[in-house]
Design a protein around this ligand. Structure first.
Ligand code: MG
Length: 436
């Protein structure tokens, strides 16, 4: 009895010692790899400035990559990772992803901003990559495996000349695409402005009435020319006034639309109910969301058809998977944001979610610039309008860091070479600045 009591006390003392170490999350199995280094690989092989977190462990050859790309404020992500998250995480084991995610999320007290969310995403995705490499499995297998073979994608055709848009869309249709997003790029120069909207400034111009008419007319023309087998979408990019957005969605209702994207801004979420009440046009929303309070009401009130968050903007793979599951409960499908300002690592996280989520809707796809593929080896493969997830362990992507170093963050590529990821301000004819 005495011995047993002594053993129990010894055991409790040991547990207390373990507890003091656990303040840095070290109470796990001694065989679990520990974080030895965290760095950010930055490169600009095409227009977008890509940031990818690399976590190196204390086990030989075991590391992982996570996308943390926020091209409009790219220089801020690296210090957020290396100055704040790295000291917090060095020495921890890599096997408690949820615990590390919550620790990072709460570590700044103030949270849900795009810089910090992207920094956390880089850590989170790198940990999933490590776990997959450890298991010798692609990440999708760690989550239960596929429920479809590949992710159906939509193609994008920019431009406002209807005939050129249809010609380009037909090229995608020949490649197997049945879903094409058209329009976009509505900013115009003074010389291109309609006679009745001559601007009072020399900045990129956006005339809401003109955009409304031209885009609707473009959708009508595309529907007429491409026929019922091709579904259409357009991205309003939150540039209309709320009332115009409601009217636009109603007007597009019978044009074989697979979604109208971002008809309203995150500041105008309350208007989504009006769109829902007045038409059956499918709605996609979410690429600007950073905060659960933004997507929760739209999903739980079934006010959108597609949740369209940018996975790194919401904090990475872990929270995105939770969003997908929440959306499934309410019949909302996924359409993760994936233009060029996302690394192939981030793309693979998207495609992984696509193949494991029953409520997958559609995936945005754009071909990578060949310079991007010089750096990132193993990107998701596109075949006949379907994206295929990697079958290699983790995300299945290796980064050639020497190749990345050949494309450092450089001169900005926007029309004014500003420091905004190439994005310029956009103004109404009278000079009022509006949302990008
Ligand atoms: Mg968009």
């Amino acid at each position: 009895m005495q011995t047993n009591r002594r053993e129990i006390l010894t055991s409790l003392a040991g547990a207390a010692l373990l507890g003091s170490a656990a303040d840095r999350g070290r109470a796990q199995s001694s065989s679990a790899p520990r974080i030895r280094d965290i760095s950010v690989i930055e490169c600009q092989p095409a227009g977008a400035r890509l940031s990818v977190v690399k976590i190196t462990t204390d086990q030989d050859g075991l590391y992982g990559y996570g996308c943390a790309t926020f091209t409009q404020r790219a220089d801020l992500v690296k210090p957020a990772v290396e100055k704040y998250l790295k000291p917090l995480l060095l020495g921890r084991t890599t096997d408690r992803i949820e615990d590390i995610w919550q620790t990072c999320y709460d570590s700044s007290y103030w949270k849900n901003g795009p810089v910090l969310n992207n920094a956390i995403s880089g850590i989170d995705q790198a940990l999933w990559d490590i776990k997959g490499r450890q298991a010798g499995m692609p990440v999708y297998q760690l989550l239960g495996g596929k429920c479809r073979e590949a992710a159906r994608c939509f193609a994008t055709v920019r431009g406002s000349d209807p005939k050129a848009v249809v010609d380009h869309a037909r090229q995608f249709v020949e490649q197997g695409f049945r879903d094409v997003r058209v329009g976009g790029g509505p900013a115009r120069t003074r010389g291109e402005a309609a006679a009745n909207s001559q601007p009072l400034h020399d900045r990129p111009l956006f005339d809401r009435g003109e955009y409304f008419r031209r885009t609707l007319s473009l959708l009508e023309f595309c529907h007429h020319e491409l026929g019922p087998d091709v579904q259409l979408a357009t991205d309003v990019h939150e540039r209309l006034e709320p009332r115009q957005a409601v009217e636009f969605c109603k007007a597009a209702e019978n044009l074989n639309i697979f979604f109208i994207e971002d008809p309203l801004s995150p500041e105008d979420l309350a208007y989504f109910g009006q769109i829902r009440q007045q038409c059956a046009t499918p709605i996609a929303m979410g690429e600007l969301f950073n905060n659960p309070h933004e997507w929760q009401p739209l999903i739980q009130n079934r006010l959108i058809d597609y949740i369209r968050c940018h996975v790194s903007q919401v904090g990475g793979f872990t929270p995105a998977r939770k969003i997908a599951i929440l959306a499934e409960t309410f019949g909302v499908r996924t359409a993760w944001h994936a233009p060029g300002d996302l690394s192939p690592v981030g793309h693979m996280a998207n495609v992984t979610l696509d193949v494991i989520s029953y409520n997958f809707g559609i995936q945005e796809w754009m071909p990578f610039n060949p310079h991007v593929l010089e750096i990132f080896h193993g990107a998701a493969e596109m075949k006949n309008a379907y994206l295929y997830v990697s079958e290699k362990p983790g995300w299945g992507i290796e980064i050639d860091e020497k190749a990345a170093a050949k494309f450092p963050f450089g001169a900005e590529t926007g029309p004014r070479k500003n420091l905004n990821g190439g994005w310029d301000d956009l103004r109404l004819p009278d000079g009022t600045v509006i949302k990008q």
